[in-house]
Design a protein around this ligand. Structure first.
Ligand code: PLP
Length: 325
């Protein structure tokens, strides 16, 4: 399979993406919390991508990719596979750029995410994740319909676009010592590394995975991409990827300080912290970065720490249970 560009994106590509997103994506706020500073014994800066368009940073990468389609590609439209936030992001970006969108989603995706994707105007095709292969289905549909496939992480322009959240953070907050980023396929971590390391070579950048989906951590230890069985038992539904995307892995291997993990219980505690102390609605996957900073065993004493709150798309009844438990 061949993507439009085979080389790795650089910090320059993140800057170019930021130019395309200006006035299109929200420049999300950076919030402080004295309670968080106290808990971590550090100065903490939260980049609030839960307040991004479509409720997650994914809009950045999706729009950056679709904005570069040729007129022929635009006419045929875009196709992707995603359990949720990338789906919504592609759907909205396609609508803004006036092109058709088709999204292949697992039939056990949160109904709120399927409904939101349809509401943004995309056509949704569901599949059974236990018996069917989403990439095979996507490639077949893409060939049949002539639609361009834009996967969630393994794409040059998607990775470059995801990096613009960290770029805004390091431009706004001088001298970060550490940055924490949730990890699924690794696009956000890879993009964040490009943006951060160019501006602050000494900043330690950590990925955070769910405990039961620590394929990225295993991959760094092994020096090659490790694929795990589909984890069904984490509340972090946006980070259930079974392996890092190859494009992301190369960048992560070169630059990341490490990948730490967080348990479901720690994610729930972080959700409650965001709701109670910061008045923020955060989805379980969006709380990975804080949970990893708190429980990942990294020395942050006295440091200036960036935390990307990556998304806020909750299923309300489920979210209410997490807060009540
Ligand atoms: C997709 C997603 C992630 C993980 O991003 P990757 O680029 O797949 O590593 C983290 N948090 C939220 C809210 C997401 O939607």
């Amino acid at each position: 399979m061949s993507w439009p560009k085979l080389t790795l994106p650089t910090a320059q590509d993140v800057h170019a993406a930021a130019g395309r997103l200006r006035g299109v994506a929200h420049h999300t706020p950076v919030l402080r919390s004295s309670a968080a500073d106290k808990m971590l014994g550090a100065q903490v800066f939260f980049k609030c991508e839960n307040l991004q368009r479509t409720g997650a940073f994914k809009f950045r990468g999706a729009y950056n990719a679709l904005a570069q389609f040729t007129p022929e590609q635009r006419e045929r439209g875009v196709l992707t596979f995603s359990a949720g936030n990338h789906a919504q992001a592609i759907a909205l970006a396609a609508r803004m750029l006036d092109m058709p969108a088709l999204v292949v989603m697992p039939n056990d995706a949160l109904s709120s995410k399927i409904a939101a994707t349809r509401a943004y105007g995309a056509q949704v095709v569901t599949y059974d994740p236990l018996t069917e292969d989403r990439e095979a289905i996507s490639h077949k549909l893409s060939q049949e319909r002539g639609m361009t496939l834009v996967p969630p992480s393994d794409h040059f322009d998607v990775v470059a676009g995801q990096g613009t959240a960290a770029l805004e953070l390091v431009e706004e907050v001088p001298r970060l010592d550490a940055l924490f980023v949730g990890v699924g396929g690794g696009g956000l971590l890879a993009g964040s590394l490009l943006a951060t390391k160019a501006a602050l070579p000494l900043c330690r950048v950590y990925g955070v995975e769910p405990e039961v989906a620590n394929d990225g951590q295993q991959s760094l230890a092994a020096g090659q991409i490790v694929e795990i069985a589909l984890p069904r038992s984490t509340i972090a539904d946006g980070a259930r990827a079974t392996s890092l995307a190859p494009l992301a892995f190369d960048i992560i291997q070169q630059g990341a300080e490490g990948i730490v993990t967080a348990s479901d219980l720690q994610l729930m505690q972080s959700l409650r912290f965001f709701a109670e102390r910061m008045k923020l609605v955060v989805e379980p996957t969006g709380a990975l970065a804080l949970a990893g900073a708190l429980h990942g065993g990294c020395d942050l004493h006295g440091a200036r720490v960036g935390i990307i709150i990556s998304g806020g798309n909750v299923d309300l009844p489920r979210y209410a249970r997490f807060l009540a438990d």
